[in-house]
Structures are given as C-alpha cells and as structure tokens.
Design a protein around this ligand. Structure first.
Ligand SMILES: [Zn+2]
Length: 341
C-alpha cells in the first residue's frame, strides 16, 4: 500500500480521505485559542487545562503573545510556509478534514484508469462543477503570503492544495506537493493542457451537456454529481489520442521526487517553518516537519483544530485561528517592524 499521499482542495476527487483522517474524538483539548508559549505549546498548557477552561482564556490576550512569537520567527531570516486546505476555506473551498464534514470515498487512480464509466462520471462532474468553481479567487491569506515573499521574508511556499490559488495570488517559489488540478496531462506522453481547454473539448464532443445538467448537485470538492453519463464522450489527448488525467497526486500515488526535492530546498533555505491550515494528516507534510527538526528549525502551527504534531517539542508557537487573519496581521506587523527599525 502506498496511501501516504492524499491531495486536498478543489477538483481533487480525493480530497476526501477524510474518513481516515477525521479529527480524533476528544481532541478538543487543543481547540479554542491554544495559548502556546514556547515549548510548552499544546502539550503543556492546552492539554493540561482542557477544553472547558480554555473557553475562559481571553482570546485577545492569548493571541497577542502567540502572535508576537510568530512575528519573532522572521527575525532570524526567511521562513518556509507549508499550507493545507485551511488556507483555501476563505475562498469558499471546503476543508474536508474539518470537523463535521461528511466522509467521502477517495478516488483511486487505478479505478480511473481501468473503468471508462468512472472516467465518464469524472469528466461530466468536472464540466458541470466548473461553472461554479470558476468564481473561486485567492483570498487575503494567499495574497499576504505573496506579499511576504515579495518582501524577502519567505524562502518559499509548499502546499498540499491542488487549487492553484497560491500561484494565482503571485507566490513565485511554490512547491505544489499534490500537483495542480488546473493542469491536465496525457498519461502516456505527458502532453499538457489546461483544464479549461479540455473542458472546451468536452463541450464540443458533448454539445448541450453542461446546460442540460446545470442543476446537478455540486459536491464539496467542486465537481458535480451528474446522474446521466452513459452517452458522455470523454476527451482524449489531441496529440496522441491517449487518456487524459488531472495532474494531481491521487490517493495511492506518490509525490514526484522532483517536487519533494523542491519542497526540501524551501525548508533547507529557511530559518523557521510555519504550518498553516493543515492538520498534517498527510505523510509528506510530516516528512518535511522532520527535515525542519533535523536542521533545528523552530516550527509554528496555525490551524483551526488539532494537528498531528501539536505535541512535538519543535512546535514553539501554536495558534488556533484562521490563516487569512493571521497572515494579514503578520504583513502589517512585519511592515511596521521594517519602518520602525
Ligand atoms: Zn498525449
């Protein structure tokens, strides 16, 4: 089994995987504002106090000290950022690993490749869902990270998302661990196309289909649940007539070594690592945390809800809040530091 990697985010039929990685029961001990000062992090105070008492901690007070520690991490040099689905929720893309989300069956690439009916359902759903998903835009968090990079504060951004929003926001040094759903490639020769191009071919091959099915139920991953797919003609590679697939690392597949190498270089060039909007349920993310730890880098975690690394000694800052608000505040804070310094 090689199930270590599961993409998150839109257009990822896999985004699911949620069933296996749902937040553990009783994990509420680290929700709320997990006031993590220094190494005590979530292990000490939050765990010891428990969820009920945390509700009594004034949010502003706890946030201020954590936020100061977070800003301090930039004093030693550029910081590496690792993001997950939580950074895209403010763009309207649901986080499958968040509390209360229904379990979904992850798409298996072997099923996609071997079953034409499955591919018909996939492309029909992608086409109908695209009508809604084209409205998705980068949010304040994506833009803040692009700004921080532009100001020389980041070594780069590593993301588990396949929604392409970091690139659209202007992040230049970007490692997309699970690929990008906007890129479609043929399996045999790696001819590449945009999703928009391929959906255009879908429309030519299936005139009127998108309109006839416009009222199909949109699934949380941004595709649609189209019922009538028997007559659907699946688009093929115009260069070689081969099978087309999204350039996404599906459940059961590995992150390409070159992409992981790029992510490692971003960590290696940094003086600290910030995990944002990820519960780190995916193995690749944890491997990058290990790389950072081997280099002695301090780690900050900004995430709503518990993560798999909350109790590690390397986690110096733990902020239980939305990533957009934290990164936006960070841009302001670091901007003031520059002006005053
Ligand atoms: Zn081809």
């Amino acid at each position: 089994m090689h199930d270590e990697d599961r993409p998150t985010g839109t257009h990822s039929p896999v985004a699911a995987g949620a069933a296996a990685v749902a937040a553990p029961t009783g994990a509420t001990a680290v929700t709320g504002i997990a006031a993590a000062t220094g190494r005590a992090a979530a292990t000490g105070r939050a765990a010891a106090i428990g969820a009920a008492d945390l509700h009594g901690v004034p949010a502003a007070e706890a946030t201020t000290s954590d936020f100061a520690l977070l800003a301090d991490m930039f004093a030693q040099g550029p910081v590496a950022i690792l993001t997950g689905a939580g950074v895209s929720t403010d763009s309207g893309i649901p986080d499958y690993r968040g509390a209360g989300t229904p379990p979904r069956t992850p798409m298996r690439i072997d099923q996609f490749v071997s079953d034409e009916a499955y591919r018909r359902r996939f492309w029909a759903g992608a086409r109908v869902g695209a009508t809604r998903m084209h409205q998705v835009e980068p949010n304040a968090g994506h833009r803040a990270l692009a700004e921080l990079e532009h100001a020389g504060r980041l070594s780069g951004v590593i993301t588990q998302n396949v929604d392409g929003l970091h690139a659209r926001a202007g992040t230049a040094n970007l490692a997309e661990l699970h690929g990008n759903g906007a890129v479609i490639r043929c399996i045999e020769h790696d001819h590449r196309f945009t999703r928009a191009e391929v959906l255009g071919w879908f429309d030519m091959a299936n005139p009127g289909f998108a309109d006839r099915n416009a009222d199909a139920v949109i699934t949380p991953d941004g595709d649609a649940d189209v019922q009538e797919t028997a007559g659907v003609r699946v688009p093929v590679c115009p260069a070689c007539a081969g099978m087309l697939r999204p350039n996404v690392v599906y459940f059961g597949e590995h992150v390409p070594p070159a992409v992981f190498g790029h992510a490692e270089r971003i960590v290696t060039a940094a003086s600290a690592l910030i995990i944002a909007g990820s519960s780190l349920a995916v193995n690749t993310g944890v491997r990058l945390v290990h790389r950072a730890e081997q280099r002695g880098l301090p780690i900050a975690v900004i995430n709503r809800g518990p993560t798999t690394i909350d109790r590690r000694a390397s986690v110096r800052v733990r902020i239980d809040a939305g990533t957009s608000e934290v990164f936006t505040a960070l841009v302001t804070q670091l901007g003031e530091t520059i002006r005053l310094g």
